[in-house]
Design a binder for this molecule. Structure first.
Ligand SMILES: Cc1cc2nc3c(=O)[nH]c(=O)nc-3n(C[C@H](O)[C@H](O)[C@H](O)COP(=O)(O)OP(=O)(O)OC[C@H]3O[C@@H](n4cnc5c(N)ncnc54)[C@H](O)[C@@H]3O)c2cc1C
Length: 261
């Protein structure tokens, strides 16, 4: 290992190793270590995200209330995903809680403003991937990260449906302040799948359902990268739930293996 702050190189002897360096850097570290199962880096799954902004027309009695009408808003409200009915995970965000710019031209306006962010399940594809090539290194001397990623026809159809839904919702709420549009790939910050788990070592997964890398007894991967299927919700809790299972498997491994000499 290398301490990038000091350049010190040192060796760690461990009975089990767990790599959880996010869905881009976990495959990078495996590749750099010469561990290159066929699915490594593939099935990169980033949720397309569509957003709109709106000023809310409050009922007259609320708009003229003595209190600031913005007080009626509370952080983020959830519009749930429902398979086959509402294929989006929605967040209605009070302006000062929104990470996305949704301002129209600045002008005094007492109406509260919200951003609606819809996360879409991706049509997961093996050719969406993070990939590396020997000799092509980044500033840390690790394999440089390259990304192939595209939306399929199904993805684009779902994006259009989200745009239409958000257009209607903004109109229902009041005044639209940002045209609904698809954010740049990666904006969701919910990238997953590059070290995905699977039921069998058939070349379509990197690890088993406990995060153990195929072909290894004591090497585990964790984090969003192990999530194998399309998701629309924020993924961290899923990744944490999965890693709890991995910890059980690691513990069992340590109890049965003899320490290295
Ligand atoms: C502003 C913001 C808001 C978010 N809000 C939400 C939310 O509300 N809900 C949600 O579910 N998700 C949210 N996310 C996404 C969330 O951060 C990810 O889902 C989650 O952190 C992914 O976990 P992970 O373990 O895969 O990766 P990370 O949490 O990124 O952990 C990877 C770790 O590995 C380290 N690392 C990387 N490379 C190396 C290396 N070579 N050597 C040693 N260490 C390394 C990194 O420093 C990092 O500590 C948000 C993200 C951001 C930025």
């Amino acid at each position: 290992m290398v301490d990038t702050r000091t350049g010190e190189v040192f060796t760690v002897i461990a009975r089990a190793v767990a790599v959880a360096a996010d869905a881009l850097h976990t495959p990078q570290l495996l590749w750099a270590s010469g561990i290159r199962p066929p699915a490594l880096g593939r099935y990169l799954n980033d949720q397309p995200q569509v957003v709109v902004g709106a000023r809310i027309d409050l009922p007259a009695h609320r708009a003229t209330a003595a209190t600031d009408p913005r007080d009626a808003l509370t952080g983020v409200s959830w519009v749930p995903f429902a398979d086959g009915v509402h294929p989006f995970h929605g967040q209605v965000m009070q302006l000062d809680a929104s990470p996305i710019a949704i301002h129209a031209a600045d002008r005094p306006d007492p109406r509260p403003m919200v951003g609606l962010g819809w996360f879409l399940p991706k049509d997961v594809q093996p050719d969406d991937r993070v990939w590396f090539s020997d000799g092509d290194l980044d500033e840390h001397g690790l394999p440089a990260i390259h990304i192939d990623y595209r939306l399929t026809g199904d993805d684009r159809a779902l994006v259009r449906r989200a745009v239409e839904e958000l257009q209607d919702l903004a109109a229902d709420l009041g005044e639209q302040t940002r045209t609904p549009d698809l954010l740049a790939a990666g904006s969701s910050l919910h990238y997953q799948g590059t070290v995905r788990m699977g039921a069998a070592d058939d070349g379509t997964s990197v690890c088993d359902d406990h995060g153990r890398v195929w072909g290894w007894q004591n090497l585990f991967v964790g984090g969003n990268g192990v999530i194998p299927t399309a998701t629309a919700c924020n993924p961290t809790l899923t990744a944490v739930a999965l890693v709890v299972r991995s910890v059980d498997a690691i513990t069992a491994t340590l109890e049965t293996r003899t320490p290295p000499s």
